[in-house]
Ligand binder design. Sequence first.
Ligand code: ZN
Length: 402
Amino acid sequence: MRPIVYRVASRFECQTRQAKAFGGDLKARLERWQRQLELWVSWEQELPRILQEAASSTEPKYEKGVVSSYYFTDFVASSFRVMHKLGVPDIFLALLQQYELPAEARPKIEEAARYFAKTGVRNPRTLKTAIPAYRKTLAYYQELHGVVEKIVSSGQSRGTEDNGASVLSAGPFKVVNTGGFDADTMRTTVEVVKRATHLLAAKGLSKVCYGDILMSQQIAKSNVLAFYRGDADEMFIRADLKGHEMEAVEVVVHELAHRLHRQFLKTKDRQISLMYGKIKRGRKGQEEAAIEEIKSDPRNWPKIGDEIQHPKTKHRYVVSAFDDSDKLVTIRLVDDQRGFSVVDLWPILQWQGHKLPHVSASTFVTSYAGTKPSENFAEMIRFYCLDKLPDDQVKMLVPILA
Ligand SMILES: [Zn+2]
């Protein structure tokens, strides 16, 4: 009976991209936090001395163990680091995941989780501004401590994954309720996941449909409906999808395309990049690629002694050499033994009637697809599943999926 928290990551984990189990002994952490607050509060009584020193001397003294002006000017940033060392940020994540939060406490806890998800905070510039900043920051930590203590002492811990209520099947997926979402919200999510599963299965891609889909309130940025974490191979989905179901289905397909790429097609990285490059170069690039393909096929290579007629001038030439690495043909007029010219293979093939295959050059399916090969791949899969991928791109994509 492991609590869900130990197996899933929350939306804040998405933001900070750290994988770890939250919580630990909350009461012990709260106590250490309390002792630290008391120490910081005690600095207040040193302030008159420090202000006097600051006014009288130009060089502040730094003595080990003695509270100095630096303690205050560095307070915002260093206390932030101390809170991290004490494991305080994890407490907010643990509460969000493990506790039924009172309605009035939830926004405070969410805000705190966001605050501590930052990589660092800035100090004020002067002692004059540092003192109110110290007081304000300390008051904030004290207020949070009070809120947390109240939840931990009286709050209700949420269910575990094994009680059945938090996990629903959605075809081959399990949708995991990580945030105490109601049955209606769960149903919407399950429906979205099922529809995405159908779209992928119809294209023979059901292999990406496995494991858990973790429901979160909000993921990374507010406009993100679903999110795939490649390093952990985990899927997240937003809980509030009502009204955005179809969009969400498509986003889930896109995100699972990243799983397809990372888990199944890692060996096709090069092809995926080449495909991106080909689409990026557009019609001209595709024509060049088609010509290269024709030129590299040995069945199209001339043999020495072959006779070729120029379609317009009707002059007849004979092939006297062929360089198959540079695809250069040496030709001379049939009745001229001395003069010769070296010509690229492609015009020669055109004289012989080779035509450029029809190139329909579609552009990236979305501007986001144009950002990089992996996003282009995911967007192509999305369009493929919706039967909206242009034919030329279907032809490029299908061999990669095989
Ligand atoms: Zn993506």
